[in-house]
Structures are given as C-alpha cells and as structure tokens.
Design a protein around this ligand. Structure first.
Ligand SMILES: Cc1cc2nc3c(=O)[nH]c(=O)nc-3n(C[C@H](O)[C@H](O)[C@H](O)COP(=O)(O)OP(=O)(O)OC[C@H]3O[C@@H](n4cnc5c(N)ncnc54)[C@H](O)[C@@H]3O)c2cc1C
Length: 451
C-alpha cells in the first residue's frame, strides 16, 4: 500500500492521517479538504467563538508546523466530486484526480437548509466562517429566532442569551433535545432555558421565513403567529456529505454504510460524522455526530488500514454546554429506554441518570456531574444488568423543580451559585407555562443525537 488518500480535512480526516504517520506508515499521503482554512475544531463554534470568549484562531486544531510534520500532500480548498473505485481515483472540482491504493472518507455532514436560507439575516452554523458571520450579526442587539432545539439550536440560544439578546427558539417537538435524551431530560433543558430568559415555542412548526428587500424580517409559524426577527438561525440538523459518492457503488444509506471494522469496500474506510457502522457493543448500527467519535473512529480506521482488523465498538461520548450547565453522556439512549436518577437531584441542578434497555444499562447522563458520570460509564462498558437500578427512584414530576411548580409545591432552597433557578427578575415574564406541557411523557431517544 503505497498511496493513501483522505477526503475531509477536519477532526476525523486529520486524526486518520496523524495516526497513520504515528504508527510508522511512510507512504504517499494526500489529504483533501473542501475548506481553505487549516483544520479547526467545531464544538467551540457554537460556544466560545459565538460569544466572543475566543478569537477564531483559537479553534485551529494544529499549527502549520504540525501540519508540515505530517508530510502530507495537503489539498485545502479542493472539493472531491466523484469516486472511481475500479480506477482507484478521487476526482476533484478543479478537474484533476488523486490516485490511491486505500481511501479514508471523512467528509462529515452538511446542514439542512430551507427555502430562504440565503436571505440576509438567515444563518447556518457548521463552519468557522459561519460562526464568524453569526457572531458579527449578533452584535448590535438583534432579535434572534433559532429554529430547532437540538444540541446546536440550544447552544446557539444559550450563547445569544449570554450576550443579553432577546432569543426565541422554535421547536416542533414538545421539548428541546427530545431526540437525544427523551422527554424528561428535554423538560429540564426547557426549564434551564426559560430560567435564563430564552423564550421557547415548542410544539410549533415553522411555516415560512418573512422577508422584505432581500432580508429576513421574521418567521411565520404553523399556528399562524409571526415572530419578528433580525437574525434567524436555522439549526435543523444535518445530512451526511455523501453527494460526491453517488454512483460510486458504495452503499449510501444514512451515511456511508460500513462493516464492523468501518470498511465500506476493500481498501475504503469511513470515519466520523459521515460513517455508519454496526457497533457490536450495542448490537446496533449507528452514525454519530460527536467530536470524540470522530477521533476514536479515525484512529480505529487508520489501525485497520494498517492491518489491525479490529471491530470498532466504542461506548459513545458526547457533551453539550449551555449557560453554566454541562450535560455529558456515555452510551446510547433508545426511544424506549427506561431512565432512573441515580445520583443527585434535578432540583439541585446536579444529577446523574442511567438508561436501561432490554435488561442492560446502555447509557448514563451527567448534568453538572462530571465525576459521577465518568464513574457510571463503567456500567455501560460492562453492560451491567438494569435490575441494579430497579429500586432507584425514577425522575418524576416531583423530582424536578419544574414538576414541583406544576404540583404547586415549593422548590427546595438552593445553594449560592447553583445553575438552575437563577432567573433574572427582568426575564421571569418571558416564561410561557403553556409550553410546559408534555414534560413527563415517556422517554424517547435515538442512539444518534444529531446536532
Ligand atoms: C457548531 C457545532 C458545535 C458542536 N459541538 C459539539 C459538542 O459540544 N460536543 C460534541 O461531541 N460534538 C459537537 N459537534 C460535532 C463535532 O464537531 C463533529 O462530530 C465533528 O466535527 C465531526 O468531525 P468530522 O471530521 O467527521 O466531520 P467535519 O468536522 O464535518 O469535517 C468534514 C470535513 O470534510 C469536508 N468535506 C465535505 N465534503 C467534502 C468533499 N466532497 N471534498 C472534500 N472535503 C469535503 C468539510 O468541508 C469538512 O471540513 C459540534 C458541531 C458543530 C457544527
């Protein structure tokens, strides 16, 4: 194997290239990336970069000298347009081709768009340039509407609130982050946002964007109401960037469909957000849009290219930061999983929960509980029996401050500095009790938590 090509020069592509070199592979390495910027990290884009806490350069993953040490033919600003498997070549938009003996596909995902996405004032957030443009738009006190309350939408809302902006989030599901963690954790996320003065409009759809003179002026909702807006952020999820692979003969379902070793075809592997593979630890096919997975899967792919022949069967990890709350999760969160609070108390703004499915612990979640969730991770690794938690109390309305309010009882007093319940007096009026319905419905999650 003399030539390896990597398509996608971000977290997964860069890690695959670095791992090959670290493990002593000395052949001709080509890394092709559609963006002209050197590889950078995406998680800070919706957090530190947006609020201005970091300058954009700080998201850069490697210095130019680190990249030079890779001894790679780094083709930044060049998009792959087609894959010729029998001819062992990747065609680029500039008309040239890159030959390979083995290939790593690491092209990630592309954000979903809507008619009107190109209007002035409408923003997507996937790239550093997107983040820089959105950050500039947030200066000057605009009214912000975020469409979609998954990871990305809720993080953008939190960042915009941190800048004291007026923010409304539109979400068709009953609670935020429902796909990731289900209704019950979603209700706590809703409470967190309302406590910080974000308006939530759950259970409503976006009918269309309102415009005047080529600029967005607001959003019209399915219930007939219109919200004025100067900035609209579309956080509608993303689709695998596989357009360039159409007609190649690879199986393209929800991403590049690989085997348990992340192999899509002989000598062709996929890693990161674009890859779908059966994870033997959970006995289910998955595609993850999580930063840690991009690194781990790319390392596994590089190892398999060098002959490891090892199935990739990780316990997924991901996190999200919103206001002063960090939610961390290990494992998977199937829609029909049971959930138990196993440490702390939601009303204290710090707890850990375990998720059980088919008699096993399959996921653990920490809400401002990093130490506990790291310890609990072992249960997911060991596929511990769910019966261990049978006697543990479930998260019920009475276990959350939200639920206590609904029941008309008083919340437990808080310690100073606790993250929940610090509603600035001027924002209390923004809470909309009508949106709280459905918060204790049965948990529904998927094992893929799209951002
Ligand atoms: C705003 C934001 C915040 C996030 N926050 C978190 C977080 O808090 N926690 C977490 O776990 N995860 C987070 N994520 C997800 C995480 O960043 C991704 O899982 C990770 O970046 C995936 O890496 P990747 O290399 O697979 O894909 P990407 O980072 O998407 O990289 C793919 C690269 O391939 C390039 N490409 C695409 N098509 C082509 C082509 N045809 N030819 C050449 N190049 C191409 C793209 O331009 C891109 O540079 C966040 C993502 C975003 C966007």
């Amino acid at each position: 194997m003399k030539r390896i090509a990597v398509v996608g020069a971000s977290a997964a592509g860069l890690t695959a290239a670095e791992t090959l070199r670290r493990r002593g592979w000395d052949g001709h390495l080509t890394v092709i990336g559609a963006e002209s910027r050197p590889p950078y990290d995406r998680p800070p884009l919706s957090k530190q970069i947006l609020t201005g806490a970091w300058e954009p350069e700080r998201a850069t993953l490697r210095s130019l000298s680190d990249l030079a040490r890779l001894r790679a033919d780094l083709r930044l600003g060049q998009r792959a347009t087609a894959l010729d498997i029998p001819g062992r070549g990747v065609r680029l938009a500039n008309g040239t081709s890159v030959g390979f003996d083995a290939l790593v596909i690491a092209t990630g995902v592309a954000p979903r768009r809507l008619p009107g996405s190109d209007l002035a004032g409408v923003h997507l957030l996937r790239t550093l340039d997107d983040a820089i443009a959105l950050r500039a738009a947030l200066r000057g006190g605009p009214r912000v509407v975020v469409v979609g309350a998954g990871f990305l939408g809720t993080e953008v809302a939190a960042a915009a609130r941190a800048m004291s902006l007026e923010v409304t989030v539109i979400e068709p599901r009953p609670v935020p982050m429902q796909r990731a963690f289900g209704d019950r954790i979603g209700a706590l996320v809703a409470e967190l946002h309302r406590d910080h003065g974000t308006r939530l409009r759950c259970g409503v759809t976006l009918r269309r964007l309102r415009r005047a003179g080529g600029r967005v002026t607001g959003v019209e909702l399915g219930d007939g109401t219109t919200l004025p807006a100067d900035v609209v952020v579309l956080a509608l999820g993303a689709t695998p960037a596989t357009g360039w692979l159409e007609g190649s003969g690879l199986r393209l379902g929800d991403g590049v469909e690989c085997d348990a070793n992340c192999r899509a075809a002989p000598g062709i592997y996929a890693a990161g957000d674009v890859a779908s593979w059966p994870n033997a630890h959970f006995g289910t096919r998955m595609r993850l849009e999580h930063r840690m997975n991009a690194t781990e899967q790319a390392m596994a792919v590089a190892g398999n290219l060098l002959g490891d022949a090892a199935p990739f069967a990780p316990v997924p990890y991901f996190w999200t930061d919103q206001y002063d709350t960090r939610i961390q999760a290990y494992g998977i969160f199937p829609p029909d999983a049971e959930m138990r609070i196993v440490h702390g108390d939601p009303s204290e703004g710090r707890f850990a929960a375990a998720y059980g499915h088919r008699g096993r612990v399959v996921g653990v979640l920490g809400w401002n509980a990093p130490r506990q969730v790291r310890t609990l991770r072992r249960l997911v690794v060991d596929r511990a029996p769910w019966t261990a938690f049978a006697a543990t109390r479930a998260l019920s309305p009475a276990a959350s401050r939200h639920g206590r309010r609904a029941q008309g009882t008083r919340p437990r007093p808080r310690r100073a500095g606790q993250p929940l319940g610090r509603t600035p007096p001027q924002n209390r009026g923004l809470n909309n009790p009508a949106n709280r319905r459905g918060h204790i419905a049965s948990g529904r999650e998927t094992d893929r938590a799209a951002r």
